[in-house]
Design a protein around this ligand. Structure first.
Ligand SMILES: *[C@@H]1O[C@H](CO)[C@@H](O)[C@H](O)[C@H]1NC(C)=O
Ligand SMILES: *[C@@H]1O[C@H](CO)[C@@H](O)[C@H](O)[C@H]1NC(C)=O
Length: 395
């Protein structure tokens, strides 16, 4: 009799599981965050390249990242130290992330992404390791040092030519949660889709907005190559007067978008990849957590490479305007890879979960309790931190 009941229970459980799975399919996995760890692997199999690289790097160095390695005293600003324990996020220290509005926004976005990832891990039944880590939210980490230096941080970008940046752990750009000007990432993605159209029905021009001075070499070349051309809508913006400003999603009306590096990586690429336009990307010096997914040729090509000098820009545009099917094939690959998959909020949550796990494998296990207390934990909870007014130096 007992065994009959348990068989019935098992059947009910299996039916419930099937219903849950089909609900997931119905909602579309890319916007559904509660994923089991195995689903993070199944849905986003190619996402974790940078994490695997970093784990391997520290393994090969035979070095366990220490408390000294995550000290942030070498940074003047834009730095945060965090603690994760039992899937709860705590802030141990912030440095120069309050008075600077830009760094404050970036810090809150990154910590919120982490919080989302931790909640999704809990909902998916995954217990992440106890870790302590340092995060730098500036465009440039300024991490330096010779081959013996073991300091390590989480940050947005690495210069592919800088040996010391191999000590970085790359995290998704803050704007993939929210940013001033572009708003929430989820809203942004929906707005971008309002401009969806076949390549041949979009404005047959290349669009770009930005400032020149952050990267005269790249941006200056783009501006010079396109000046006065009817196939280009490329303009310098004035943040003060708002002259020539264009919302990111409105760029999706154009057949071609173009990515340009700035001070370093420039966070514009994830936006461009959420249009169904043809993305043009110059040879890059900087990488981010997902750039290994960019494919420049072959049947899975998902963007069009151009030179840093943009000398080949007119030729490239004319070629794809004459062969819209070829452009559409690349666009379809781009949308399937980036918009529908790897730049989705679910992918970002899965990425952070894997990052915490990977970091835990090669770093020290921090103490959780305050000295002299058997209850009170170090730092301040994320929930309380959002109300903290000023930099936090809780220790
Ligand atoms: C691109 O995707 C659209 C919409 O899914 C489809 O109708 C079209 O046939 C695809 N085009 C190419 C060239 O793959
Ligand atoms: C706790 O005490 C240890 C040993 O005295 C000391 O090294 C450490 O810095 C203290 N930690 C905090 C957060 O005060």
């Amino acid at each position: 009799m007992d065994s009959v009941i348990s068989w019935k229970r098992l059947c009910l459980f299996l039916i419930a599981l099937l219903c849950f799975q089909s609900t997931l399919n119905f909602l579309g996995k890319s916007d559904y965050e509660v994923l089991f760890a195995a689903e993070c692997t199944a849905n986003f199999p190619d996402l974790y390249y940078e994490i695997d690289r970093a784990v391997k790097y520290w393994h090969d160095r035979k070095h366990t990242i220490t408390a000294e390695d995550v000290d942030i005293s070498w940074r003047n600003d834009a730095a945060v130290r965090i603690l994760i324990h039992e899937n709860e996020l705590r802030i141990l220290e912030t440095k120069g992330t309050f008075d600077n509005q830009g760094y404050r926004m970036r810090t809150l976005s990154v910590l919120s992404m982490l919080q989302e990832a931790l909640l999704s891990a809990s909902a998916g039944g995954e217990r992440l390791p106890t870790i302590e880590a340092a995060i730098v939210v500036d465009d440039m980490s300024l991490l330096s040092g010779g081959p013996d230096d073991t300091r390590s941080i989480w940050t947005f970008t690495s210069n592919i030519h800088d040996e010391s940046h191999r000590r970085h752990w790359l995290i998704p750009d803050f704007s993939m949660y929210s940013a001033r000007g572009t708003g929430s990432w989820r809203d942004m993605r929906r707005r971008a889709m309002e401009f969806d159209a076949p390549f041949s029905e979009k404005l047959p021009r290349v669009v770009w907005r930005g400032v020149r001075w952050t990267n005269e070499g790249v941006r200056g070349s783009l501006l010079d190559e396109t000046e006065g051309e009817d196939w280009a809508d490329v303009k310098v913006v004035d943040w003060e007067t708002r002259e020539n400003m264009m919302a990111q999603d409105e760029m999706c009306r154009y057949a071609f978008t173009v990515h340009t590096e700035g001070r370093s990586y420039s966070g514009r690429l994830p936006f461009l990849l959420n249009c169904n336009s043809l993305p043009l990307i110059h040879d890059l010096d900087w990488t981010t957590h997902f750039y290994h997914l960019l494919i420049s040729s072959g049947k899975n090509q998902n963007y069009v490479p151009v030179k840093r000098s943009f000398i080949d820009l007119p030729k490239t545009l004319h070629r794809y305007l004459a062969h819209p099917d070829e452009a559409q094939r690349i666009i379809n690959n781009s949308v399937a890879t980036f918009r529908e998959k790897y730049t989705s909020p679910a992918a970002t949550s899965c990425y952070f979960r894997r990052l915490i796990g990977g970091w835990g494998k090669v770093s020290f296990e921090p103490g959780v309790l305050r000295n002299g207390s058997e209850v009170r934990r170090r730092g301040v909870s994320f929930e309380e931190f959002v109300h903290v007014e000023g930099d936090y130096r809780g220790g």
